[in-house]
Design a protein. Structure first.
Length: 135
């Protein structure tokens, strides 16, 4: 459940190493990558075009918890209009009583620009929390 009233469906996958696995949709299909270290960069063309870049800002993994922060940047253009969106997603997971407790904080903002005009959007912050059962 999120503090803005939304319910997000979340699926978490972990590699044998305990590191989180990030899945993302590209123009050519679903991809996945193990998050291994801060500074790791993922760059791809999403289904709607443009370019998305993701940087792992931090990663901390132990036997009963994992946390990571990722920065997302997406750029798309159409004619003279450039739309840029930026977000930062931090996720904390911990195993308690055989459930995976999750807290995710999402900070996002978009900017639309044309020659001589820049329209920054408001920053949005959403916090989502839940308990997941292993499958």
């Amino acid at each position: 459940n999120c503090d803005d009233g939304d319910n997000l469906e979340m699926i978490f996958k972990f590699a044998d190493s305990g590191n989180p696995i990030y899945e993302y949709q590209t123009k050519s299909g679903l991809r996945s990558v193990e998050l291994t270290e801060a500074g790791q960069l993922i760059r791809f063309v999403p289904p709607g075009g443009g370019v998305t870049s993701i940087t792992v800002d931090s990663l901390d993994v132990s036997s009963d918890r994992a946390s990571h922060v990722m920065s997302f940047s997406t750029e798309r253009s159409g004619g003279d209009t450039l739309t840029q969106s930026r977000s930062r997603v931090g996720t904390e997971t911990a195993i308690r009583d055989e459930l995976l407790e999750v807290e995710t904080t999402i900070r996002s903002q978009s900017v639309t620009s044309q020659p001589g005009i820049m329209l920054p959007g408001d920053e949005h912050i959403v916090v989502c929390r839940g308990k997941l059962k292993p499958q």
